[in-house]
Design a protein around this ligand. Sequence first.
Ligand code: GLA
Length: 550
Amino acid sequence: MRPTRSRAALCALLTSLMLAGTAAIDAHHRPAAALDNGLERTPVMGWNSWNRYQCNINEALVRRQADAMVSTGMRDAGYRYINVDDCWQSSRDSAGNIVADPVRFPGGMKALGDYIHARGLKFGVYSDRGTLTCAGRPGSQGHEYQDARSYAAWGVDLLKYDNCNAQLDQQSQYETMRDALAASGRQIVYSICAWEFKPWQPKAGNQARTTGDIGDDYTSHPGNGLLPVDRIIDINNDYAMYAHPGYFNDPDMLQVGNYGTGSTNGNGMTDTEYQTHFSMWALMAAPLIAGNDLTAMNAATRTILTNPEVIAVDQDPLGAQGRRIRDLGDQEIWSKKVQGSGVRVVALWNRAAATASIHVDWSDIGLGAGTATVRDLHARADRGSFTGGYTTAVPSHGVALLRVAGAETPDAVRITKTDPRTITGLRVRTEFLINDEWHDDFEDTGTLDHSTTLNLDGNGATWNGSRWVGDLLRTAASTAGPAVVTVDRTDPRPIYGVRVSVSFTVDGQPHYDYEDLNLLSGTANLQLNANGGSWNGTQWVGDFLRPSAA
Ligand code: GLA
């Protein structure tokens, strides 16, 4: 974990540990880890009115965007949802039914949905869990089932559900709308917009916002109160372990192509920065919701938004969120496992003000040291075959997005020691998802001065109300030799959400850290070092466990 950027993840961990103590649930009614509505097996792709237009919307504008979705090739590139954000509503009728603004949407929402569906697209709307939406229109509080029935009658395919003007319990209100959508008789993707990740959200929605609202800025721009792209990427990375088919983290909608034209949105970005924004969203398996005027896209915007090779990274069926695996200061290496043996997508991100050369070693991304082929997904060109690793120059604020195909290594986590001091009392804990359910176990391996092999398996355990616990991590071998703990997979099923945490003692002081791997794939090499860190009142916490080359 990177201490300067991962405090929120620690809070999330503590919250999930607290949740682990909740009352037992009948084994036949276990909640799945993700909302069980069968939707969003890959992240949603579409368009939303907010980033460009805020409240200045009407049905003619939405229809023009739907037409442009088709005529620009966006639909054929995979974009489907046309989402009408805040300000389509005006009031409730005498029976309490939500009514569309009669001036801006005179044809009504059903007709708008029909128009969108006739173009092979899907229809999304917006509401809020409180009494009023963020822009002051009627919210759904107390009308959840009634509103869900209206949406179903209009042919709505997605609901974005916001967090303003609410006094009641957040989780219960989001779950009430989840249940209302399920009871509506229509399959409706449920998009939670509560501006920060909470561990209950993957069970409530198909996607959930992890951050406040995005600005049209690459890096911070004092004054507009919106988050820049670079900051959002850092925050969204903290929740990577929760993403898998059925639930994806939502770092907010795209600003690609707005160039500062949205009325409240920021200074705009360069095309290089928009390409970084889009590429990192794809690497993080984020919903790709365009927020620009599709009727007036320039060539650069269209190229970025419709690049099929970048979209394929986002839509990869494994559904794992890519993560930062190495932080070299202003240069970073990110990796995402995608379908296929030995295949990774790598983002080499240069956050510095000048061009920099960035190197990825095959061992960083869990591949064997031999040769691997490299394809540049922006240039859409093969770069050749390279031994051991690859180096390329990356412009300021740019990413190189590479598809690397090499030799798969065994699915394992190897923890080696770089600290010369004696490390005692080592406890290795694993939390992970199998078949959409959380599993949790630890093993005490004692002094780190020999070789220990642990086996990870999701079978044979009991349900404690929120996760499976049992002997899911166990010692298979313990022999004299180099100081290393290896966690091997014995369960053949896909293992998502892998968090490996270590607690241990150095010089009489307790220490703690964790690393998220998201998907157990290839060999993840981690190194353990007790230097740095800060005292949290009980133990030292800091970046004690971090990725390393083999
Ligand atoms: C909040 C949301 C935005 C947008 C507006 C609408 O700020 O986070 O995405 O939906 O409300 O008022």
